[in-house]
Write a protein that binds this ligand. Sequence first.
Ligand SMILES: Nc1nc2c(ncn2[C@@H]2O[C@H](COP(=O)(O)OP(=O)(O)OP(=O)(O)O)[C@@H](O)[C@H]2O)c(=O)[nH]1
Ligand SMILES: [Mg+2]
Length: 344
Amino acid sequence: MSHPFEQLPTTPLADELVDKAFSRGARAGRAKSGIDAQHSMLQTAANIISDNLENVVTAWPDFDHLHPFYRNLADAVVGVDSLRKNLNEINWASTKATDLRKEYESRLYKSDLETATKLRKQAYARLADVVEEIADDLEALMDAREALRVLPDIRPDHPTIVVAGYPNVGKSSFVNAVTRASNREASYPFTTTQVHVGHVEHKHMNHQLVDTPGLLDRPPEERNEVESQAINALEHAADAVLVILDPSLDCGYPLDMQRALRDDIEARFDVPVISIYNKIDRLDPEEREKLVAEEQERVAGTELTFDPETNLMSVTEDENVQTVLDRALDAVGYEPELPVDGDR
Ligand SMILES: Nc1nc2c(ncn2[C@@H]2O[C@H](COP(=O)(O)OP(=O)(O)OP(=O)(O)O)[C@@H](O)[C@H]2O)c(=O)[nH]1
Ligand SMILES: [Mg+2]
């Protein structure tokens, strides 16, 4: 698994880059003498600067061709517009270093050694100024790289089930119960919160379950801008959403609040949103019946269905956990591409 920002190389800081360029330049100069030495110093230093900066720019993926999931996510985490500005500035500096080299190269050979040395020093000062001018951009890119490298390994092109619901309702318990415990499951720092991704194989295809603590676990009006953008991104990846509710109220949130969140998610996502009532081990038979009756009334006359076997579960008692997963996988509806007749 990998994502488009995982392989970004480190970004040199302005001072590091200038030091490197001038020390390589000095080395190159020592190998020659006279004006050739001055020329070599200029050429080496300018090339180091323009090549390094160009490499920084080309290492970044083209935002226009990124999957919207990653573009939105990058936008949420670092802001794509400001990133583009940083990259433009760095590109400008790369070209400027080459221009300066050309400008001074032609002047060096028209001068005596003393003037050539002066010109080379002047060129160095101007190169250092150019790099200094983009010091902030380099720093911003370095920070962006750190923030983006640790994005969750969600493959937007793989079937994805997003798991939502108020805190403590049992989202993680469910994801952990049904997904492979392998090193592919990991948690990631994600803005102020973490996203956990678990994997299940279904129809020979990796299906991702995305646990989203701190993201889809409270009313929209309580979300900050970054969180809303992160949800935007999730919308591009989700093929189905499981909203987990806790009718035992163990989690500490009244059921009508939990249902209101479910309704918000239903309105927002274009994909099937399935309500799952967890912790039913804590309900007595009458409470269960009442819940089923209420939900069946809600879905009556709609395309939705509510079935005690697939919408009620207890993760801790291992009741209906597999049928809930199957229901979610069904809702995703992934169909492998069948080989055409001749290929069989
Ligand atoms: N009785 C009972 N307790 C459960 C069940 N499922 C989960 N729990 C308990 O509920 C608590 C919260 O479960 P988590 O899986 O951490 O809930 P979560 O939704 O991931 O919570 P956040 O990550 O804080 O949003 C834990 O103490 C679980 O053991 C269940 O089916 N029955
Ligand atoms: Mg959790």
